[in-house]
Design a protein around this ligand. Structure first.
Ligand code: ZN
Ligand code: ZN
Length: 148
């Protein structure tokens, strides 16, 4: 399935192929800062997305010592996706962007110890890691990639 979405102002459009590899939540302090609260979104392969329109990129060094990149619309400031150097070939898209197409059910959450106290445990969440759970997540992502 191919879906077409856009940023809030419409200057950046993007299409996605295939279903997401994972629905997940990240409660780390960088996500709290950058997204306004925990990050809730979808993991896709970089091969799944194509973007049209001018975007800007903001990069910083994450807790792992690797760079993280945020691609956003310079007009409305909407973040289209983030991309970690730590997991090559992977991007994360905020669930609000694709709300018309998927029921969001985060199966995995990371940095759970930093979660805002107002969030109850999500029923769908099968795996919860206090830290980044990177090794476990990569295993699961690869499994999901094969099953799509
Ligand atoms: Zn925009
Ligand atoms: Zn995070």
């Amino acid at each position: 399935m191919t879906i077409k979405e856009a940023c809030h102002c419409g200057s950046v459009e993007f299409t996605l192929q295939n279903d997401p590899m994972m629905h997940f939540a990240c409660h780390c302090s960088d996500c709290q800062y950058i997204w306004g609260n925990s990050f809730f979104g979808y993991a896709y392969s970089t091969d799944d997305i194509s973007i049209t329109g001018d975007v800007k990129k903001y990069s910083y060094e994450g807790g792992s010592g690797n760079q993280l990149h945020y691609v956003f619309c310079p007009e409305c400031g909407c973040k289209i996706h983030s991309q970690p150097d730590l997991i090559e070939g992977m991007i994360y898209i905020p669930c609000g962007m694709l709300k018309k197409h998927f029921e969001f059910e985060p199966k995995v959450e990371i940095f759970s110890s930093n979660k805002a106290s107002c969030f109850a445990q999500v029923k769908a969440t099968a795996e919860s890691y206090e830290h980044n759970g990177t090794i476990e997540r990569i295993g699961e992502l690869l499994e999901n990639l094969e099953q799509r």
